[in-house]
Design a protein around this ligand. Structure first.
Ligand code: T3D
Length: 263
């Protein structure tokens, strides 16, 4: 176990699981340009490291991420909102959606604005009971970004998506779970151990197939049934000749534990 990044983002490895911690707790880990740069570099490094088979994203202190640091966009010489979205939030959302390993959000506290949508863009979202999700954009005259307009209706349907985005109130983790916005809500004291166990489990699974599943489900949103069935067929044909599928089938037949290595 080692900490390799300093300052706005911390990186820690435990076996095949890499945990990336947003680290501006004094401002609820809200985004500044340096934190964007550090996060994207940490994600790229995780993607390029063959021994990493699952990534966990979480926040330091009492929050997960409060979205854009509003003090950064006010005042003279401040970056424009349009530039920040084009140069940072859009590339970040795409980078998460294309990660070559599963990504889990461990939502330890409030996730607001782009911070909420960053969490929701992960493959699995596990939140502490005391955490909350806030589509804070409407309160400051903006629309949901970091993929919010794409993600929210897909996750919870149009009625709930519009309710969350237009009203912009805090949604507690338990309610988020009931709505289908997140995968799991756990007691605060269990967040770390639950996520560690889940991440270790995913890391030991055929991650190439897990990632192909995410990409296929996202792609299928733009396809009709026949196209999606054809796409599934092409993916199965490729995966079936890869090491992990052969290993999974051989291990099943031999009644032994499989050892998956593909990424
Ligand atoms: O460039 C662009 O704007 C485009 C990109 C947009 C992406 C976005 O994310 S837009 C949405 C930006 N985020 C927000 O509007 C959320 C603002 N924050 C809040 O509404 C509340 O802080 C929370 C609901 C997240 C949490 O409330 P609470 O009561 O638990 O905490 P708090 O007391 O409000 O905040 C604690 C500290 O963090 C406080 O600082 P202080 O007084 O202790 O020195 C607060 O100012 C600071 N903080 C919280 N959020 C932000 C922030 N500082 C800067 N920017 C923030 N977003």
């Amino acid at each position: 176990m080692s900490d390799t990044h300093a300052a706005t983002v911390l990186v820690r490895d435990e076996g095949a699981v890499r945990t990336i911690t947003l680290n501006r707790p004094q401002a609820l880990n809200s985004f500044t340009v340096p934190m964007h740069q550090a996060l994207r570099a940490a994600l790229a490094q995780a993607a390029d490291t063959p021994s990493v088979r699952c990534v966990v994203m979480t926040g330091a202190g009492r929050g997960f991420c409060a979205g854009q640091d509003l003090s950064e966009v006010m005042g003279e010489g401040a970056p424009s909102v349009g530039d920040l979205v084009a140069e940072h939030y859009k590339p970040l959302a795409l980078q998460v959606s294309r990660m070559p390993v599963p990504v889990i959000a461990a939502v330890n506290g409030v996730a607001a604005g782009a911070g909420a949508n960053l969490a929701l863009s992960c493959d699995l979202v596990v939140a502490a009971e005391s955490a909350a999700f806030v589509q804070a954009f409407s309160k400051i005259g903006l629309v949901p970004d970091c993929g919010g307009t794409w993600l929210l209706p897909r996750l919870v349907g149009r009625a709930n998506a519009l309710g969350l985005a237009l009203i912009g109130d805090k949604l507690g983790a338990a309610q988020a779970k009931s709505l289908g916005l997140i995968w799991q809500c756990v007691p605060d004291a269990d967040l770390v151990t639950t996520v560690q166990a889940l991440a270790a489990k995913l890391a030991s699974m055929p991650v190439k197939a897990l990632v192909a599943t995410r990409l296929a489900m996202d792609a299928a949103q733009q396809m009709n049934l026949e196209e999606a069935l054809s796409h599934e067929g092409r993916l199965q044909a490729d995966l079936a000749v890869a090491h992990d599928c052969r290993e999974g089938m051989a291990a099943f037949l031999a009644k032994r534990a499989p050892v998956f290595t593909d990424r």
